[in-house]
Design a protein around this ligand. Sequence first.
Ligand code: SF4
Length: 329
Amino acid sequence: MKRIHGSDVGMVLIGPAGERLVRFATIVAQKGRSGGRPGIGAVMGSKNLKAVVMRGHGDVKVADPALRKMGVDAIVATKSKPNYPFWMRQGTTSTVEWAQEASVLPTYNYTEGQFDEYEKIGGFAVERSKVVTRSCPQCVMACGHVVKDTEGELAELDYENIAMLGSNLGIGDLTKVAYLNRIADMMGMDTISLGSTLGFAMEASEKGLLKDKIEWGDYKRAAEVAMDIALQRTELGRLLGKGVKAASMELGPEATEFAMHVKGLEISAYDCHAAPGMALAFSTSPIGAHHKDAWLISWEVQRGRFDYTREKVEKLVEMQNIRVVCSRL
Ligand code: SF4
C-alpha cells in the first residue's frame, strides 16, 4: 500500500485471514493494533475491501476549549495515580500474576484456573524481556510491551494474548507466546479467539475427536495450525477457521461440551468457574463473551466472588452502561 500510495499514509487493513473470511479475522493498524474480536476483518474480506488508506495534513480543531481542559486534567489525574509507574513497567501483563492468584487464569482450554509455569509468562518476565513499549497515538498509558520471539523478531504483548496463547495452550515460554502472537498479527487474526480455537483443538485431539494431532504446549504445531487457519490450506485449518462454536458442532455433541464460547464468540481470558458475576457479564454481553462490555471480575474478586447479590448485578449493569456510553461518545 505504501508503494502505491506513498510513505506518508496511514491505513487500516486486513491480512490473509480476512481475505479468506476466517471468522475471527481482524482489521489491523500500526502493524499490530487490531480490532475485530467478532471477525469484522472477515466482513471487509467479504466485500473485497483490503484496506482503507488515509492521508491528512491539517490539525483537528477543538470546538469547545473545555474539552482540551478535560483532556489535560485526565492526563494529570492518570499520571498522579500511585500505580502509574508500575503500570508503565508492566501494563496489563501483570494481570497474569493476579489471575493466577485468583485462580481465573485460563489454562488448558479453561479446564484449570492456574498454570504451574505462570511466572515464565507473567508481568515480571515481560519486564525482564522488554525491548520497547508501544502505544496508540497520544496515549499516556502505553500498554504494548514489545519482546523478542523465538526467531529474534519483535512481537507486542498484553495480558489477553499471553493468557490465550500461553497458559491456555500449556505454553510456559514468553518467546514462544510472542511467536504465536506475531503470526496472529501478520495474518490478521484475533489473538483471544485464535488461542481459544487452538486450545479447543488441543483438547479435541487429546480426546481423540480429531484425526490430526496437536498436543498441549507444542508451539511449533500450534504455529503450523494457526497458519493453516489463516491460509485455509488444510481440512483442519478450514474447520477451525469457523471458530469453536461451528467447529464443535461439526465434530459432534461431545466436542460442544468443551467449546468455550458465548453466542459464538470465544471467551476472553478469564476463567469464570469461581466468578459468577463475570460469567453473567460474558453471558449478557450483546456480542458474546467479551470483557470490554463489563470487566466486573476485579471488583468481584475484591468484594466477594461467591456472593449472588443484587449489589453485584447492579454493579454489572452500571459497568455495561458506562462502557456503552463511552463507546458512543
Ligand atoms: S491503554 Fe493506550 S496504548 Fe493501550 S490500547 Fe488503550 S489507548 Fe492504546
